[in-house]
Design a binder for this molecule. Structure first.
Ligand SMILES: [Zn+2]
Ligand SMILES: [Zn+2]
Length: 283
């Protein structure tokens, strides 16, 4: 059995490879299957699935939804979603619209702060996909308002900074419901970004999410330490959750990270996919 990567971004959100490029690249890298999990969109799935069919490579239709959570961020992954589901499509359209209104507001705020950039400039560096704060940062660097990404986020773009505009988000329960409604399997992505204080808080959160339909935890992730992996694995076992993993490859900001292998040592067996399929068919 081969290896898989269940967390990948394409140009449909903030990744660099188009969905077909991603599928061909994963096959070239010798993987057995991948999931395309773009942020809050399923726009890339049609193309990715078609390319998979064309070249004989398994592509799992996925998504990564940002949910309301503090102090950190919560991302919920959905696997094997039915892309034609009307509720999911309607909710994602609503999110998209809110995002489109958010970006021009960030430009306005920057202008008020004496930073003269236009929305056209941001659109240009985004290359036609979803527009996000990294694109704003890129324009700020190019126009020499800041030296690097870190400074762009610290001075202007991070949560609480003067040009930041809050994003519309669904609650975790809503996000899980949309995934389930579309017959998908809901998985808590990279728990280390939740910003929780210790095992107890994470365990309580997971117990709550299970009540609303959570089925898995993304245990294997390049940014997880060995002790975090052990902790998440333990929680998954304790609560009967599927353990998944992926590299979160965008092809842009993380140097030295590659599809399938992460920083070099990731090996995710195909059996994860089989378990996800079993869970999907049980619900
Ligand atoms: Zn994420
Ligand atoms: Zn991601």
């Amino acid at each position: 059995m081969g290896y898989v990567d269940l967390h990948l971004h394409t140009t449909a959100s903030d990744g660099v490879k188009t969905p077909s490029e991603m599928v061909r690249y994963a096959k070239y890298k010798g993987l057995q299957a991948i999931a395309i999990t773009d942020h809050d969109t399923i726009e890339g799935l049609g193309e990715g699935l078609a390319e998979g069919e064309r070249i004989g490579f398994e592509v799992i239709p996925g998504i990564e939804i940002s949910a309301e959570h503090s102090p950190g961020s919560m991302h919920l992954l959905g696997y094997f979603i039915d892309t034609s589901d009307s509720l999911l499509n309607e909710r994602l359209k609503y999110l998209q619209k809110a995002r489109e209104e958010r970006n021009p507001r960030m430009v306005e705020k920057l202008n008020q702060l004496g930073v003269h950039i236009t929305y056209e400039e941001v659109l240009k560096v985004s290359g036609g996909g979803q527009v996000g704060r990294p694109h704003f940062a890129q324009v700020l660097i190019e126009k020499k308002y800041v030296k690097n990404f870190q400074e762009a986020f610290d001075r202007y773009l991070k949560k609480g900074a003067p040009a930041y505009v809050d994003k519309l988000r669904f609650t975790p329960a809503e996000a899980i419901r949309f995934i389930q409604e579309a017959r998908g399997v809901a998985v808590l992505g990279h728990p280390n970004t939740l910003g929780l204080n210790g095992y107890g808080e994470l365990e309580r959160l997971i117990a709550d999410l299970i009540k609303v339909g959570l089925k898995g935890i993304e245990v294997f992730y390049p940014e997880h330490s060995a002790s975090e992996i052990a902790q998440y694995k333990g929680l998954a076992e304790r609560y009967g959750l599927v353990t998944t993993g992926g590299t979160d490859y965008h092809g842009l900001e993380k140097e030295g990270l590659d599809v399938g292998v992460g920083k070099g040592d990731m090996k995710l067996p195909y059996s994860i996919v089989e378990t996800l399929k079993t869970v999907r068919n049980q619900s």
